[in-house]
Design a protein around this ligand. Structure first.
Ligand code: MSP
Length: 468
């Protein structure tokens, strides 16, 4: 029976054009969505933008636009970037979408009626870059530990969510759902912090209005993270999409694990809604060993990423170079090296040699002994466990085996029909397995090798000269 599979990316702040960090999660989500489509599952893949909050309001003001206009102008840049990267999402949600606003409002009322929201005074610090509250002891020299900018001191009336009440329920939830916080190495750190105790969370702001008004006090707007997290749920309240909740996996970067692994399930438990199956936090990319920073110009946006060696090579590199849960370093040189060494020399060469041979010779059906060397079961397990780098490494080991086969069987002389059949079938299988990762090239390979008359085609991956 077909299963459902629901995968999400974070919803990105539309305060600038998307860069490699945004592209990374979105590509990974696309790979999982495609992988589950191959399995025959019914897939729902959600991405979008986090339009509300102070950060966006400030950026809009700086640009001399209203927040709505400012975000409206940036959304096409995200949609275009995803199109260029061959991302096939099912919905692009914005927190300004009416259906989402309605759900957030309903949930707020529900949690309020339950007695989990109360009025108080928030006294402490706020970093607009993080859209997060900090205590004095969290700060380093009065500055946000992430952005290294001065945190804003606040003392204002605010509504609070009784997060403290959810310490025990959360610990119980983690125990009963041992794979919820993934990868494993992130788990203990979160659990330890929860064990230290949770303070109630301010969930409203009254000194600006770019957000969803609290239904029980319209002078306040909802805290941007409460609003944003519910996007995952509200997208499944549309007709026909209900079956997708709870989400199978939220893919996120490690910096936003706390919001997703603590606040999110607490809000859901309070609202009486099922929690997602898993939150998988990936690592961070540096660029030439330095932290990616827009202000210092150390950033690779999506167009630049694609221009280096094409879409498929970019997709391949990001998932191949580093285990998905680990940090990685991006450099043009490293990308070009993998493009030349693996995609052009290994995959591209195999395709070229075998298609040229088949164009001029006949093939004959036989038992495929070569294909037995492809570790399909292991590759499947790797992808199911988010070990994309290992899956790709195994697929490419099999490509090596195929190239050696061409060599060892001295195909240029023997033109063995059966061996050519084995190679053709193996290439089709490789293209199937690579399709989630490099869809455009895989589709070309599949088309070429399932044609009645197989022809030597164009070069799939042209070698690139590396000039520093
Ligand atoms: N709007 C929030 C998410 C709300 S989800 C309910 C947000 N947006 S963001 O635009 O700032 O960032 C989104 C994602 O980009 C995060 O998952 C973050 O980890 C990721 N990355 C930003 N820079 C990155 C790298 N240098 N490397 C990898 N991912 C990075 O947070």
């Amino acid at each position: 029976m077909a299963k459902k599979f629901y995968v999400t990316t974070p919803i990105y702040y539309p305060n600038d054009i998307p860069h490699i960090g945004h592209a990374y999660t979105t590509i990974a989500a696309d790979i999982l969505a495609r992988w589950h489509k191959i399995k025959g599952d019914e897939v729902f893949f959600l991405t979008g933008t986090d339009d509300h909050g102070k950060k966006i309001a400030q950026a809009a003001e700086k640009a001399g636009k209203t927040p709505k206009r400012f975000t409206d102008d940036l959304i096409p840049k995200f949609k275009n970037a995803w199109k260029k990267l061959n991302i096939e999402y099912d919905r692009f949600i914005r927190t300004t979408d009416k259906d989402h606003e309605k759900i957030v409002s309903e949930v707020l009322q529900k949690v309020y009626d339950k007695g989990d929201i109360y009025k108080g005074v928030y006294e402490g610090f706020y970093c607009t870059g993080c859209e997060a509250y900090y205590t004095e002891k969290d700060l380093v020299d009065g500055k946000c530990p992430v952005h290294k900018t001065k945190a804003e001191k606040l003392k204002e009336e605010s509504y609070f969510f009784k997060l403290s009440k959810y310490q025990k329920p959360l610990l119980k939830f983690y125990k009963e759902n041992p794979d919820f916080i993934s990868p494993k190495k992130r788990k203990q750190e979160i659990i330890n912090r929860v064990k230290e105790g949770l303070r109630d969370l301010s969930i409203s702001r009254a000194n600006f209005d770019w957000g969803i008004p609290l239904p029980f006090d319209k002078k306040h707007v909802c805290y941007v993270w409460f609003d944003a997290l519910f996007n995952y749920y509200s997208a499944t309240r549309q007709k026909g999409k209900e079956k997708f909740w709870p989400a199978d996996v939220h893919l996120i970067g490690k910096d936003i694990s706390w919001f997703h692994c603590v606040y999110w399930p607490a809000f859901l438990i309070s609202a009486g809604i099922k929690c997602p199956e898993k939150v998988f936090s990936h690592g961070w990319w540096t660029f030439d060993k330095e932290k990616i920073s827009k202000s210092r110009g150390r950033v690779i946006n999506v167009d630049e990423l694609i221009s280096i060696a094409g879409v498929d090579s970019a997709r391949y590199f990001l998932l191949r170079a580093t285990p998905f849960g680990d940090d990685g370093d991006f450099s043009k040189e490293a990308l070009i090296k993998r493009h030349n060494g693996e995609l052009a020399n290994k995959l591209g060469n195999l395709i070229l040699r075998v298609s040229a041979l088949i164009e001029k010779n006949r093939i004959e059906k036989t038992e495929n002994k070569l294909l037995r060397k492809l570790k399909v079961k292991q590759i499947t397990e790797f992808i199911d466990n988010y070990q994309f780098d290992k899956a790709l490494s195994d697929i490419f080991s099999f490509i090596d085996v195929c190239n050696e086969y061409v060599q060892n069987k001295k195909l240029w002389e023997t033109k063995d029909k059966k061996v050519l059949f084995e190679l053709k079938e193996s290439i089709l299988k490789i293209a199937d397995l690579l399709w989630p990762f490099i869809p455009e090239s895989s589709e070309k390979i599949k088309k070429q090798f399932s044609a009645k008359k197989i022809k030597k085609g164009e070069i799939l991956f042209k070698k690139i000269k590396w000039k520093p």
